[in-house]
Design a protein around this ligand. Structure first.
Ligand code: NAD
Length: 384
């Protein structure tokens, strides 16, 4: 038995049919009276923002409905000013990882301003001054984590800076599958593969623990059962419900463990080569599984089983190759790009990307030791 050490967060989670309508009771119970909604244009045009506004009634005192992808610093400043002017006591993020990230960023900065002192990382059990409510409509998983990133847009090239603070973990999370029915097929596929990758990396994480492992295995099972069905028919409520539960489990496992090679590589590809995060996930996950196979087969065998692969009589190396191929096929079936060359990465970029990945802390958190940049360049070449 391995030693373990992790932080979990006190979060109220409401999941299922018409969960949104049950949010009001939870808000009343929490006593928050001056809420601000952070969301974006697609939530406005789909009517989801209006539905939330209607449910909040007088408790809603401000809305910032222009959140751009990757939480831009300029927008955070605008939203904080609005929140201060309205004396907000809780933030709601409605949408994908970007509006939820914005809600976290505003809550964090409001607390800094109200206490008028520079913050140190909070103790693991500290409660936030300005809590966050998350209503996710993609499968990215930010609603369960204590992390947010802000893009420093005035730098050239723009740089995304990540903050971890236990107080930032959303205190109330509302999962309503009906809000995901209009998630377009490409975003269903890319954010769904991102969730699957969270499970795989949680399973072999160097900081894994019994709870993250259980959540991740169950997450793989649910995602394996439902993601392709959601892609093929976005209106399939049963599949959407199972997929959202899978994304929840993926986010839960992600929230308390260190990610490794795969996520580090996807961040490098996003930052240095402009590859969207979900697309990078689809391309890289089979290669990360192959790369790590010899060191992590014991941890990944339950994932292979959860994907329906037979374990009997097969060598672990064979099962790992079948697992990588199963993920590769799923990515192809959902018509996502499967090679880096399809998404604008040039062959000449690979040595530089390999070097950057070698310096990336998340990459270095990988369970299989990475001793030089050439290993990563070779892996990227295989994905090219
Ligand atoms: P996103 O929030 O930027 O949304 C992507 C697109 O999907 C947007 O155009 C949005 O309008 C659209 N969309 C979302 N829900 C929809 C719906 N139901 N119907 C129609 N359109 C919909 O992207 P994302 O992939 O959800 O999240 C990615 C961002 O979140 C990145 O910035 C990433 O770094 C961050 N993230 C953070 C964490 C964390 O733990 N902090 C985890 C995962 C992702």
């Amino acid at each position: 038995m391995r030693d373990f050490h992790y932080i979990s967060y006190a979060q109220e989670v409401i999941f299922g049919h018409a969960a949104l309508t049950r949010m009001g009771e939870a808000l009343k119970h929490a006593g928050w009276r001056r809420l601000m909604l952070c969301t974006n244009y697609s939530m406005r045009s789909s009517g989801h923002a209006l539905a939330v506004e209607g449910l909040l009634g007088e408790r809603l005192v401000a809305t910032f409905d222009r959140v751009q992808p990757h939480v831009q610093d300029v927008q955070v400043e605008e939203a904080v000013t609005l929140a201060e002017a309205e004396d907000v006591d809780a933030l709601i993020g409605l949408g994908g990882g970007s509006p939820i990230g914005m809600a976290k960023a505003v809550a964090y900065k409001l607390e800094d301003r109200r206490t008028a002192r520079p913050r140190e990382q909070s103790a693991s059990t500290a409660q936030p001054m300005v809590p966050v409510v998350a209503i996710p409509t993609t499968y990215a998983g930010s609603e369960m984590t204590a992390v947010f990133g802000i893009t420093h847009s005035r730098e050239n090239p723009p740089r995304k800076v990540t903050t971890y603070d236990p107080k930032i973990a959303p205190k109330l999370v509302v999962y309503d599958p009906e809000l995901t029915l209009d998630l377009p097929p490409e975003l269903t596929a890319s954010t769904g593969i991102n969730a699957l990758a969270h499970c795989f990396e949680a399973l072999y994480s160097i900081t894994r623990h019994p709870l993250s492992t259980s959540a991740a295995i169950s997450g793989v099972h649910k995602i394996g059962n439902s993601l392709l069905r959601c892609f093929q028919d976005g209106s399939d409520v049963e599949a959407r419900t199972e997929m959202l539960a899978g994304a929840h489990l993926a986010g839960l496992s992600l929230s308390s463990v260190a990610m490794g090679l795969h996520h580090g590589l996807c961040h490098v590809l996003g930052g240095a080569a402009g590859v969207p995060h979900g697309i990078a996930n689809g391309i890289m996950l089979p290669h990360a599984i192959r790369f790590n196979a010899e060191a992590t087969a014991a941890e990944l065998l339950p994932a292979a089983e959860a994907l329906g692969l037979p374990l009997d009589g097969n060598r672990p190396a064979v099962i790992m190759e079948e697992t990588a191929q199963r993920v590769y096929d799923l990515v192809g079936d959902m018509r996502l790009p499967q090679r880096l060359r399809e998404v604008g990465v040039k062959r000449d970029d690979l040595p530089r990307l390999g070097q950057l990945a070698f310096q990336n802390q998340t990459v270095q958190n990988n369970p299989k030791r990475i001793s030089d940049a050439a290993q990563l360049e070779e892996l990227l070449r295989a994905a090219w």
